[in-house]
Design a protein around this ligand. Structure first.
Ligand code: HEC
Length: 499
């Protein structure tokens, strides 16, 4: 009788834990089948995902300042805390988090958010005591200058029990190369916020430098640290992080040569990325996959991307120092993807970011944003998809439309309409339809602080001086003859004469 009761209880518990999740896709790998399902929906820009292994909760941040938990047993989402004083505008807000549960006592949630006092913007690193999905006793560990963009902010507690915080350059390029400033760096702190005695520079938080705006931070099973980072108009990066290495921003980008001849002599002292992308893809969260559950993906970085709207699998070499293969999944299907986490049992969770400042065509869907689950499955349900091997794209001899979509549409949008008050519309724009020389100079040098049709833009337009003259000509001709513009076109020779 007793045994029956126990069996009955186990069955009951099992039936509770297996809440039915609708499978959207089956993913066919070489030897494994995975299923993609929705674990939570109707969220507002979830930014970071953490796992509470004691309670089987997914703890996540939403950009407006809410910390929530998704109980993976029941599938229920509930609010843990709404933070006061979060400054949310465009890309600022409540961003990275790291849950630390290595000790039974003293469990912590580290989090990073932007605040604004008078006219000053800050990035803050806070530590809360965490216990069973509840937060208490906030402690401000570090406050550094912030800006309306480029605040970085992923956090990780390393295998060495130190806190790593990836900071953005706060939109001031020179910060990244100034070793005394804490922007544009990876900082390393003790759990209580003090400077570790074994940091590479005495009495300094700085662990590595030369960064623009990191959006992903993870550590491999063997302790190796990786970041993902946004380039300006070219060369998004994945970096393998080593103490006190200089990753080159703003003097070099990606695998390119230094921008100024004067910096060429220094080029050797910059560490090049293990992977980079031009045209840019806007890489976001990354998570190391070390589980044997999906053998095809063991020793990979799983990467979410915003602009290219896809999940990428970056297969690492045995020693972890190179990316040897890249695969793309869910291209344009789920929208912008922001963050990803791998669980000890081999499941992968990742989230969309379709309600953020820069929604793509066809998004947000009514039940965005969502947290998705990717796990091994034994059934073949829904549409079957296969990862595509990503080949390096060549920009030679491509059309103006393709160039426009690669380089301009992330901001000005495929239809040229931009986003009101954020990115100007190119439709019937006086500049687009006006003097060719002025237009060519905007493409060569970028643009900032202009008032266009009565609006002053916060963001700046990056310089596209790296484009070949043929490519710049093709883009100019495309924007002058599309988006309801009907202006004359030019030849490459005419473009050269404007220089
Ligand atoms: C990262 C976002 C971004 C990208 C990518 C971008 N732009 Fe812009 N663009 C802007 C912003 C912001 C402005 C307004 C800047 C200001 O005046 O402060 C702007 C301004 C312009 C203007 C001036 C519009 C007017 O009416 O005066 C033109 C023309 C333009 N962009 C063309 C392009 C083209 C062509 C590309 C692709 C090669 C491109 N932009 C890529 C953000 C972007």
């Amino acid at each position: 009788m007793r045994r029956l009761t126990i069996i009955y209880c186990i069955l009951l518990a099992l039936s509770c834990t297996s809440k039915k999740e609708e499978i959207i896709n089956t993913i066919a790998l070489e030897n494994s089948l995975l299923s993609l399902s929705v674990a939570a929906d109707s969220l507002n820009v979830p930014w970071d995902l953490q796992y509470d292994q004691e309670n089987n909760y997914l703890i996540f941040s939403e950009i407006r300042g809410e910390i929530k938990k998704l109980d993976l047993n029941s599938g229920k989402v509930s609010l843990i805390k709404k933070l006061p004083n979060v400054f949310q505008q465009r890309t600022t807000g409540l961003l990275g988090m790291a849950l630390y549960q290595a000790r039974e006592s003293d469990q912590y949630l580290f989090l990073s958010y932007t605040s604004k006092v008078n006219d000053q913007i800050f990035s803050n690193l806070y530590r809360y005591i965490y216990k069973d999905g509840e937060l208490s006793l906030p402690k401000l560990l570090l406050q550094i200058p912030g800006n309306t963009g480029h605040n970085g902010s992923r956090i990780m507690v390393g295998k060495d029990q130190k806190v790593y915080w990836s900071t953005g350059d706060a939109a001031i390029d020179s910060n990244a190369q100034d070793v005394k400033r804490l922007n544009g760096k990876i900082l390393r702190l003790n759990l209580d916020g003090s400077v570790p005695k074994d940091n590479p520079m005495a009495n300094s938080y700085v662990y590595a430098w030369g960064f623009r705006n990191m959006q992903g931070l993870t550590q491999g099973d063997n302790g190796m640290i990786y970041t993902s980072e946004h380039g300006d108009a070219v060369e998004d990066e994945i970096n393998f992080i080593m103490p006190l290495h200089n990753y080159g921003w703003p003097l070099v980008e990606g695998k390119n040569a230094p921008k100024n001849a004067a910096d060429s002599s220094k080029a050797k002292s910059f560490t090049t990325p293990i992977q980079s992308w031009t045209p840019v893809i806007a890489p976001a969260g990354i998570a190391y996959y070390g589980s044997m559950k999906i053998p095809e993906w063991r020793n990979s970085l799983i990467l979410t991307t915003l602009k290219s709207q896809s999940l990428r699998i970056l297969k690492l070499s045995e020693d972890g120092k190179a990316v040897i293969d890249e695969y793309t999944l869910f291209k344009d299907q789920l929208g912008r993807l922001r963050s990803v986490i791998t669980l000890p049992n081999g499941d992968i969770y990742f989230c969309s970011s379709n309600r953020d400042w820069n929604p793509q065509k066809g998004f947000p869907k009514p039940t965005d944003d969502r947290i998705y689950k990717l796990s091994v499955s034994d059934q073949n349900v829904g549409q079957v998809v296969r990862p595509n091997k990503t080949e390096a794209t060549s920009t030679q001899e491509v059309s103006g439309k393709m160039l426009y979509e690669s380089y301009c549409a992330s901001c000005h949008k495929a239809d040229g309409k931009g986003i009101p008050n954020t990115f100007p519309s190119l439709e019937k724009s006086a500049t687009v339809n006006g003097d060719i020389k002025a237009l060519a100079n905007i493409l060569r040098n970028g643009l900032k602080d202009k008032t266009i049709a009565g609006v002053k833009y916060d963001a700046l337009m990056p310089a596209f001086s790296f484009l070949k003259d043929e490519e710049t000509t093709a883009i100019i001709n495309y924007i002058r003859t599309h988006f309801n513009n009907q202006s004359s076109t030019i030849t490459t020779k005419q473009l050269k004469q404007t220089n």
